[in-house]
Design a protein around this ligand. Structure first.
Ligand SMILES: NC(=O)c1ccc[n+]([C@@H]2O[C@H](COP(=O)([O-])OP(=O)(O)OC[C@H]3O[C@@H](n4cnc5c(N)ncnc54)[C@H](O)[C@@H]3O)[C@@H](O)[C@H]2O)c1
Length: 307
């Protein structure tokens, strides 16, 4: 009878929810087993600096063969030479991620020279730090092209072989700005909300296809001291500190190796996001005002001249 089936499904649902809660509590105390990535081909965008470089170096130490992609050939070579000096293996690709054809050409070259990508890390990103009226049309478009559209073109390039082999990992470097909006970040935040949505929906597509060997990880960090958000200040640095790049990249690699679905750092941000969901709008605005989040970008300088 249909009613019996619904009852069975309902009890299965309750069982799975309870099991998932117990499992989460268990993993608060016990570290998850890390998977091996030896000889895996890992493509990192924005590998020329910041956390992209650090993730590439750490994955190389874990035995990955790195495909380093960046617009800047000088910083790209610096990353490659660091990897070389520690006996790692990498290939450099100069590519402007704001140009779709440039991405297609680079991926065709990778397919021909190297083969299938096992781990894709969509990391490259830019920020204008300008209000919606101060940013030019071109700046807004470029932010969305690099921070979001490039993810589509790269994922569409590597996903077919991942699905065919039922093996792969797609990592989205988003931001806390992809979970909550902030003054002077309309373009950046829109691109990061888009990246978070892309990751979430992609994961559902993969689950629907029952490709259990293809994983996704979405990373949402708070400000990191890489230079991208140079000048930004937070009101309570003890509660919401500007993060160290080495700490963030270490956490990211750990999340990849343990197939973590989403990583929000620091953990305190979870509490703020919970308040965003639970409180009335005015109540959450009061929390934002208390933390003076809309003043964070007042002293922003960023990487002047990267646009
Ligand atoms: N720094 C932060 O506070 C912070 C916080 C949250 C999320 N993030 C995200 O983390 C990622 C890495 O940030 P980061 O702080 O290491 O930045 P970064 O500026 O140090 O590095 C970004 C890299 O992307 C490259 N890049 C820029 N435009 C490109 C293009 N058109 N084509 C190819 N490569 C291009 C740059 O050359 C650079 O090497 C970004 O997606 C960023 O949005 C950063």
């Amino acid at each position: 009878m249909a009613g019996d089936n619904v009852l069975v499904e309902f009890f299965k649902l309750i069982y799975t929810i309870l099991f998932s809660i117990l499992e989460s509590i268990f993993y608060c105390f016990v570290s998850k087993k890390e998977k091996s990535v030896t000889d895996e081909i890992a493509l990192v965008t924005g590998a020329g600096s910041g956390i992209g470089r650090l993730i590439a170096i750490e994955l190389s130490k874990r035995g990955c063969i790195l495909l380093l992609l960046d617009i800047n050939p000088v910083s790209l070579e610096e990353t490659a030479s660091i990897i070389r000096n520690s006996k790692g293996k990498s290939y450099k690709y100069v590519c402007d991620l704001s140009i779709r054809q440039n991405i297609h050409d680079t991926m065709a070259k990778i397919a021909k020279d190297i083969g299938d990508v096992d781990i894709l890390i969509n990391n490259a990103g830019i920020v204008t730090g300008k209000s919606i009226l101060d940013a030019s049309d071109e700046e807004i478009e470029k932010t969305l092209d690099i921070n979001l559209m490039a993810h589509f073109w790269l994922i569409r390039s590597v996903l077919p072989s991942m699905l065919a082999r039922n093996h792969g990992h797609i990592v989205t470097i988003a931001s806390v700005a992809g979970l909550a909006g902030i003054n002077k970040m309309t373009d950046y935040s829109a691109s990061k909300f888009g990246a978070v949505g892309l990751d979430d929906s992609l994961r559902q597509e993969i689950i629907h296809l029952n490709k259990t060997g293809v994983k996704t990880t979405c990373i949402c960090p708070y400000y990191i001291n890489t230079g991208m958000f140079h000048g930004v200040k937070t009101k309570f640095p003890k509660i919401t500190p500007i993060l160290k790049p080495e700490y963030v990249s270490h956490k990211i690699v750990k999340a990849i190796l343990t197939d973590q679905v989403i990583l929000v750092i620091p953990k305190i941000i979870h509490l703020l996001l919970m308040l965003k969901s639970l409180l009335p709008t005015r109540g959450f605005q009061a929390v934002c005002d208390f933390f003076e989040v809309n003043k964070d970008m007042a002293s922003f300088r960023g990487r002047r001249g990267n646009m």
